[in-house]
Write a protein of this length. Structure first.
Length: 439
């Protein structure tokens, strides 16, 4: 516990009264708005809104898949996370270690979205790719700092409330960056859609300026090691704690866990358009209804892990994510039918939300508390890396086969995950119910 947490009066966060107290803290509202800032740019820079825009202006599927690789900084944020842990950002250092990086990254996200509004991908994608690179670096940095801020600004007993409000804000950001941007694009065009999204980044910027800076811990392992040790020690610590063989298998398992879902992510927007749905349909079903379905799945995942532990729920989540891909066959067989769209999105987002919470809980149990920011960033990156690279060539696979064949193949990619889980089954440590555990 840091000094800021220790300085707070002893409070109980148990029971309904404790839940109300935790959710009523200023830090909970802060995390809501910081979560919105993290969620808002993701679809605009690294996922479906961008790919829908590119398809809407006539780009082929292969090009769309390759352009999606420009957002790879979201996968590599663990590389510079040690710098975020050790130093203040120079130009805004007066704000403190966490807020200095927050303000820098948020302003850079806003600038990249504004620049993307002015690009014309139908005339050439060079400028668009460059600004996607900038935006993904800024967005990934923002995510890392927000995770660190959440852990340091309040005691462990309040972390569940802060994580919940952050998740809710992140989902609101996804709704705005998904449904909101698509509605604006339908009626005002893509340029005004991206300009509006850039302006909305002022909300987390103001939040950063208004919120308090966490008090830095007096001494940590990270503070005692040298500059270069800050980069290698988090990784050596992971293998020291788990052993080489188990550590490698754990990293592989995390990397493949959500692969069936992520491999179809880039092609989702183009598939919806090619199936005869309008941008307004996509916004309503995928980015409004779908987001709330994902929130429901996340709550179910949290309850299930608490009730049954990691092992069984990791198996259920992996199978569910794979099978939910097959639900898109309904849309392929019944194009333009809105009921098929709702059915597919229900299955997909429900299991996305469920699997996401199960995986986050599992990854949290693997991190060393001395290197939480760096190790968690590494695990998050690994959880997205294989699917990201597969998404880069997914357009070519669809063009060589069909959407239906692509969805069947994506479901079959669950096999390596299940084989790794079988090997890990007796080696997975179930969570221990103790104060601050798994926060």
């Amino acid at each position: 516990m840091n000094r800021a947490a220790a300085a707070e009066p002893a409070r109980s966060y148990k029971g309904w009264a404790g839940i109300k107290r935790a959710f009523g803290t200023p830090s909970a509202m802060t995390m809501l708005f910081l979560g919105l800032g993290s969620g808002l740019p993701f679809l605009l820079i690294a996922s479906m809104t961008l790919s829908t825009r590119l398809r809407d202006v006539g780009l082929d599927l292969g090009s769309i898949g390759l352009i999606s690789l420009a957002s790879f900084f979201y996968l590599l944020k663990f590389l510079w996370a040690p710098l975020i842990d050790r130093y203040r950002f120079p130009l805004t250092a007066f704000l403190g270690r966490r807020r200095s990086w927050l303000l820098f990254s948020q302003l850079l996200v806003a600038a990249s979205l504004f620049a993307l509004a002015l690009t014309r991908p139908e005339l050439g994608v060079g400028a668009l790719v460059a600004w996607v690179l900038v935006g993904s670096f800024a967005g990934a940095t923002q995510d890392s700092v927000v995770d660190a801020y959440r852990i340091e600004v309040a005691p462990a007993t309040a972390q569940a409330a802060l994580a919940a409000t952050y998740t809710l804000g992140y989902r609101f950001g996804l709704i705005i960056g998904g449904a909101g941007a698509l509605y604006l694009a339908e009626f005002q065009g893509w340029q005004w859609a991206y300009i509006a999204m850039s302006a909305l980044m002022l909300i987390p910027v103001v939040t950063t300026l208004a919120c308090r800076e966490p008090v830095e811990p007096e001494a940590t392992v990270v503070r005692r090691i040298d500059f270069f040790g800050a980069f290698w020690q988090p990784f050596s610590s992971f293998f020291k704690n788990n052993g080489l063989a188990l550590g490698i298998v754990l990293l592989l398992f995390v990397g493949f866990f959500k692969f069936p879902d992520q491999v179809i992510g880039v092609m989702a927007g183009p598939f919806y358009l090619d199936s005869g749905y309008s941008k307004a349909d996509i916004a309503t079903v995928s980015k409004l209804y779908g987001i709330w379905t994902g929130i429901a799945g996340a709550f179910l995942g949290g309850l299930a892990v608490a009730a049954f532990g990691f092992r069984k729920m990791l198996f259920v989540a992996a199978i569910g994510v794979a099978l939910s891909n097959l639900a898109f066959l309904l849309m392929a067989q019944y194009p333009s039918q809105i009921w098929a769209f709702y059915a597919a999105i229900t299955a997909d987002n429900l299991f996305q939300g469920f699997a996401g919470v199960v995986l986050i809980a599992f990854m949290s149990s693997l991190t060393d508390r001395n290197f939480t920011a760096t190790q968690f960033a590494l695990l998050v990156s690994l959880a997205n890396l294989p699917g990201k690279f597969a998404g880069g060539v997914s357009g070519f696979i669809v063009e060589a086969t069909s959407y239906s064949a692509f969805f069947v193949l994506s479901a079959l990619t669950v096999v390596p995950t299940l084989l790794l889980l079988a090997w890990l089954w007796q080696r997975i440590r179930e969570p221990i119910n103790e104060p601050g555990a798994g926060a």
